[in-house]
Design a protein around this ligand. Structure first.
Ligand SMILES: [Zn+2]
Length: 598
């Protein structure tokens, strides 16, 4: 006897054998019991989940000869049942609409439908891939559906029900099939392996079930191949080789590399995979799915029903989820999705995969822009903070703010601020000069210093000068610096939050940021300008330095220099934004001005 593929050999012959579609089969059984047979049915859903199978079982139920009327489960042994199962029943006509989709075929069908069934109760047309039928043909079909002969039943199986005209759909009962659950597919595979006497490891079956991706038929066809390619026992490795999947461990290693921003780890792994013969596109696809699962594990927990994977994979997803924030994962998923879709039409797939993975590693180093903005501008948050959480300033902060301002929080979540903004009806985002009165005495100073003193400072600074250090005080020079740099609001915000002190001939501002962040904001130009300004004010060479290691200070709003121009132009001038633009080709989409909100 010739070999029969598993999907056909074990095709369900009764509603109760159909896996994972109880909501459909139960409804159909009830309808038959109540003798409420429709003339048109649409079965929709992904491929390989039992649409045509259910259509055939329904046909058997309708025409089964074991009773005088349609039965809720076919007997499976009468002439009708056996013929329908074999596909040679005269009164059950299966049409592949992908190839017979034109008006002529449907006209023919319509003509034939007028005649009574040859032997059985109903003349049944099963149209597979029904969405492929042409519009004209659908119109011809519609005529029959509008006034169907009582003996005719149409069953339309489709993966794209939305492509079936509404006029047709409204005349049919529509059943949406569900993707089959992982556990159900796994159970089915286990059962079949036992019935076929194929020894199989549980993790091998789990991988097969995952590869089926909600489709029983796909899972079974891979099982077919696996059985054919394996001599004795079905193991995880043999299945993995068969479907070309990289070991799940590799996915974990990549994401660990991303978490550690270790580009080397990532490139080494890619090299190993490629040299083992894995396809970059396939790996990218695996990684997309893995990241999706990790994201779900992060959001809904590893035991969520949203995850259709084995227990081992759940644990793995949870381990990786712990390394990232939800936002990180969303960003990585986006990067990999884009990488995966690009790989399809690119040459040099390997390089594009590497690029995508490196992008993730780099993205891991980036802070969200909102977080960045609120960290460098803690004192200027005029935005309302979340209600019910008053933040008391520490004693040192109170001393600095004195009685000018009420206690402020150092940090207002940008998201809270943003939602507060959105809930304020009149608030506008791009606040401009009108909302932001210019305070006198800023611009003049800046221009003079930039023009004259700046270039010479670096030389003067080099000379040691021991006297009169006490005459200059950090507090007054601080004002000079903030005024001078008023054209760079982000830098000013950062400096406002700094701890200021005189250290020898240096004016030092200590900020709670990394030196990388400082370098991005406090550029060489800014240093030169600030040094020139304080040197001018103190009447002696003073070097302006910004160093890491400070604790955030609360500054008074009065010190804030007025800004020139709109929020957007200030954003454009900002050094952090500029270097983002230069390094990553970023563009400014929306400017939300947290500083100016009342
Ligand atoms: Zn029967």
């Amino acid at each position: 006897m010739s070999y029969q593929v598993l999907a056909r050999k074990y095709r369900p012959q009764k509603f109760s054998d159909v896996i994972g579609q109880e909501h459909v089969t139960q409804t159909l059984k009830n309808a038959i019991e109540q003798e409420r047979i429709a003339h048109g049915y649409i079965f929709s859903g992904h491929r390989g989940i039992g649409k045509t199978t259910v259509a055939r079982i329904l046909a058997m139920c309708l025409n089964c000869r074991s009773a005088a009327k349609p039965v809720p489960e076919p007997c499976g042994v009468c002439d009708s049942c056996t013929e329908i199962r074999a596909g040679n029943s005269v009164d059950v006509i299966e049409i592949d609409a992908a190839t017979n989709r034109g008006i002529d075929e449907i006209r023919e069908l319509r003509e034939a439908a007028r005649y009574l069934p040859a032997r059985d109760r109903y003349k049944i047309y099963i149209l597979d891939e029904a969405h492929q039928i042409t519009d004209a043909a659908f119109n011809a079909l519609l005529k029959t559906l509008e006034e169907p002969p009582s003996h005719v039943v149409f069953m339309l199986a489709t993966t794209q029900p939305e492509d079936i005209p509404q006029t047709i759909r409204s005349r049919c009962q529509h059943f949406s099939f569900r993707a089959v659950k992982f556990a159900d597919i796994l159970g089915q595979l286990r059962d079949l392996a036992r019935r076929e006497n194929i020894p199989a490891d549980e993790d091998a079956l789990a991988l097969l079930a995952e590869a089926g991706d909600g489709s029983i038929r796909d899972a079974l066809s891979i099982l077919d191949q696996a059985i054919a390619s394996t001599a004795d026992r079905l193991t995880l490795d043999s299945v993995r080789r068969l479907i070309g999947a990289a070991p799940a461990r590799a996915l974990e290693v990549v994401m660990q590399g991303v978490a550690e921003s270790s580009s080397e780890k990532i490139l080494t792994l890619v090299d190993e995979l490629i040299s083992e013969g894995h396809s970059p596109a396939h790996f990218a696809r695996q990684l997309v799915r893995f990241l999706r699962n990790v994201t779900v594990a992060k959001i809904a927990g590893k035991d969520s029903a949203l995850l259709q994977i084995s227990q081992d994979e759940r644990a793995r997803a949870a381990r990786i989820a712990d390394l990232f924030s939800e936002e990180d994962l969303a960003r990585h998923l986006q990067i990999m999705l884009r990488t995966h879709s690009e790989l399809g039409y690119r040459q040099d797939q390997r390089f594009h995969l590497e690029l995508g993975l490196l992008k993730m590693a780099h993205a891991q180093r980036l802070l969200p822009l909102e977080q960045l903005l609120s960290e460098v501008a803690p004192s200027t948050s005029g935005t309302p903070r979340p209600a019910g959480r008053p933040v008391l300033a520490a004693p040192s902060e109170l001393r600095r703010t004195e009685s000018q301002t009420p206690a402020r929080s150092n940090y207002v979540s940008p998201f809270a601020a943003d939602s507060a903004r959105k809930n304020t009806p009149k608030a506008e985002t791009g606040s401009d000069l009108a909302a932001n009165p210019v305070r006198p005495g800023n611009t003049g100073g800046t221009v003079v210093i930039m023009g004259s003193a700046a270039p010479v400072v670096s030389e003067i600074v080099a000379e040691p000068q021991a006297t009169a250090a006490n005459e200059v005080n950090a507090e007054s020079l601080r004002a000079v610096v903030l005024n001078t740099l008023s054209g760079q609001p982000m830098l000013v915000s950062m400096l406002e939050a700094a701890e200021w002190s005189m250290e020898g001939n240096s004016l030092v501002a200590r900020v709670a940021l990394s030196s990388t962040m400082i370098d991005m904001s406090f550029t060489a130009d800014a240093r030169r300008i600030a040094s020139a300004a304080v040197s001018g004010a103190a009447g002696k060479p003073i070097k302006m330095q910004v160093l890491p290691g400070g604790t955030p200070q609360v500054a008074s709003p009065e010190r804030r220099p007025s800004s020139n121009g709109s929020a957007r132009s200030r954003a454009e001038q900002d050094p952090v934004v500029r270097s983002m633009q230069e390094k990553f080709g970023a563009e400014i989409r929306t400017v939300i001005d947290y500083r100016e909100k009342p």
